[in-house]
Design a protein around this ligand. Sequence first.
Ligand code: X2X
Length: 342
Amino acid sequence: MIKRSFALITIAALALILPAAGIAADNYKKEYKMSVVVGPKLPWGAGATKFADLVRERTDGRINIKVYTSSSLMAGKQTNEFLIHRQGVADFCFASTINWSTTIKPLNLFNLPFFFPDYKALDAVTGGEVGTELADMLNQKGVTLLAWGENGFREITNSKHAIAKPADLEGLKVRVVGTPIFIDTMKALGANPVNMNWGDAQVAFQQGVVDGQENPVVAIEIPVKIWQFHKYATIWRYVIDPLMLTVNNKAMASFTPEDQEIIRKAAIEAATEQRSIVRKGLIAPDLSALETLRSNGMEVVELDETARAEFRAKTGDVYQKWTPVVGEELVKKAEAAIAASR
Ligand code: X2X
């Protein structure tokens, strides 16, 4: 009897030890890959580097993450990022919801035109039930959302004239990401959208192949010195672009629980810092980021709520068409969270 229970305990102990041996740190890869669409100097790319550095330091070099910037893991095609992440080509990503929304339709929530009024509304949505549901959805598709970072509210710039009312967009050739809802929104506003990857877009601005573009002020427009190409900016907050710091589930499961914890904490730290960097100068009373555009010669139009409502009305059909694609329930929950944040 004693012998038998001893044997059982031994088997039980082995059962505990053996799977753990499968995730010993000696089995780690020499390099883990992290994908980022933009260059290393932008706050978005710098946030990824910060995360990789924190993980390397805190794991004493056990987990070595190399950041592949400028869409290099997907040969420039930014809308393929989720696919290569899911396949494990990229173990980690610091990714825009826009670039993944072609594959994961509910992420178009953030692309609904004139849906999010401000940062408070955004935080209420990502930090609440909707954020959790989106994280669960990603998890089912094979990736873990570690933290929300931010690209920001996307503001339009162009080389032709100031945009203060929808009619001002008529016929303007505007570069957008290759994501269908952006084409619908720009067409609804009377513009002539052209889709292009970010790498090609910067050359297109330079050569004047397009008249305009839309991107966040602090995260993109200031670092790329958009005033070199465009004289007019309109602050219209038409869509919000959160970033997701993620890890492939298989890669995550290959790390020890201690290292997983280090990864989770580092992600929250790096993404939170990145988010505060890109919001700086964009929230009244500190609107210094808009001053930076002006001091570089740009004419900046800030839409008030009445003017913004006109643009929103013009894109009503886009909202109608895309709500079922996102999911009626999810849109309703987001609307409730936004209303509660007022
Ligand atoms: O391509 C863009 O405009 C960028 C860099 O903002 C995104 O990846 C969504």
